[in-house]
Design a protein around this ligand. Structure first.
Ligand code: TYM
Length: 371
């Protein structure tokens, strides 16, 4: 394969159809989307645009909901730095799911994982980022009565007692095959999949019922759910369901994903208007060499990261998106125009987000689970 997708690395131009086959997930079909629309009376742009494109048992989650069994939502973050826009996509979707289906929400922050995986990060640093990243999550508007946020280190006692039951049923050869672990991998990382699996069963423990759980996350996290699903029934739980999103690209080019390690081409939740402007003005576009060529031949939105940003988050109106695309391919507008407007929209979004993020500071304690 000419691309690679693991929980720690995404390289090359991802072929999402191939990934569905390789991972053994199911495409999110129009039948499922129509069902969601029928139940809720609306369809989120992330669904309509197939940004959420794949799933495991999401239809079963809807079955349970229709039968009156509420589901819980689980997602998370590995705190290795500031939150970027890509990280927030699954959280925006979780917030929509919580509001629409009145679901409980569990958010795991893997301060342990990032410390064990990254040689350059101390435990103190990942723990600082953990509580900083939590603000970006809470800022999405979750209900404090029904939302639970925890870091692995601070909630270790509860998580560990679930994780050991999982770990006992997963062999080294399985995690080697699923995650590509080697003999040189530290033993913390080898055990870690049991820690990321544990919150799949936490709603059952805390809500004192056998709870259906759905995990919205990018497709890179799916290997965890594969091993969790294999052990779930043996331990008396439902298999977790999952719904997967594609990657928001970096501003550097259309392949790969926005990644915190590519600082100049990722937009962070704490960026200033100046940062945003600089990054967007330097973005890779589908524009021509000269103004004249662009006006005569038109641009290519299919390879343009700026167009992708409108598509993913910054132009939810389908008719306006199409108009922009046509104005680009016909040479009517130039890249500078699109970039300026995008920088403006991202800045407006972040200004609002940063206000909510500050408010979240005062609310943090209402969300936290600690042992
Ligand atoms: P992390 O911190 O790498 O990523 C956090 C979430 O963001 C998604 N993601 C993206 N989505 C769209 N575009 C991108 N460019 C992009 N980059 C990352 C990830 O899929 C993830 O949903 N080990 C996990 C933390 C974790 C977790 C979970 C994630 C613990 N439990 C349950 C999801 C669900 C991690 O390091 O995520």
């Amino acid at each position: 394969m000419d691309f690679k997708v693991t929980p720690w690395e995404v390289e090359g131009e991802v072929d999402y159809d191939k990934l569905i086959k390789e991972f053994g997930t199911s495409p999110l079909t129009d039948t499922i989307l129509n069902r969601i629309e029928k139940i809720t009376g609306e369809i989120h742009p992330f669904l309509r645009r197939k940004i959420f494109f794949s799933h495991r048992d999401f239809d079963w989650i809807l079955d349970m909901y229709e039968k009156g069994t509420p589901f819980a939502i689980y997602t998370g973050r590995g705190p290795s730095g500031h939150t970027h826009l890509g990280h927030m996509m699954p959280w925006i979707f979780c917030s929509y799911l919580q509001k629409t289906f009145d679901a409980t929400m569990y958010f795991q922050i893997t301060d342990d994982e990032k410390f064990m995986h990254r040689r350059d990060l101390s435990l103190e640093q990942t723990r600082i980022y953990a509580y900083d990243n939590a603000l970006d999550f809470i800022a999405q508007g979750f209900d404090p009565e029904k939302t639970f946020v925890f870091t692995d280190i601070d909630y270790a006692k509860t998580l560990y007692s679930i994780a050991v039951k999982i770990a006992k049923n997963v062999t080294f050869s399985t995690v080697k095959a699923v995650f590509g672990f080697k003999n040189s991998t530290n033993i913390g990382m080898i055990f870690f999949p049991a820690i990321q699996a544990a919150p799949c069963f936490l709603p059952s423990e805390l809500e004192k019922r056998k709870a259906p759980v759905v995990i919205p996350a990018a497709i890179d996290q799916d290997p965890y759910w594969r091993i969790t699903r294999d052990v779930a029934e043996k331990l008396g739980y439902y298999k977790p369901a999952a719904i997967h999103n594609i990657f928001l690209p970096s501003l550097e080019g259309p392949s790969g994903k926005m990644s915190a390690s590519l600082e100049e081409s990722a937009i962070f939740s704490v960026d200033t208007p100046q940062d945003v402007k600089k990054k967007v003005m330097n973005a890779f576009t589908g524009g021509r060499e000269t103004k004249e060529e662009q006006q005569n031949l038109g641009g290519n939105p299919d390879v343009c990261t700026v167009y992708q940003y409108y598509y993913f988050m910054f132009e939810p109106r389908d008719d306006a998106l199409l108009e922009r695309k046509e104005a680009c391919t016909s040479g009517e507008i130039l890249c500078g125009h699109c970039k300026k407007e995008l920088a403006h929209r991202i800045t407006a979004y972040l200004t609002e987000h940063q206000k909510k993020r500050e408010k979240a500071r005062d609310m943090l304690d209402q969300f936290l689970l600690k042992d």
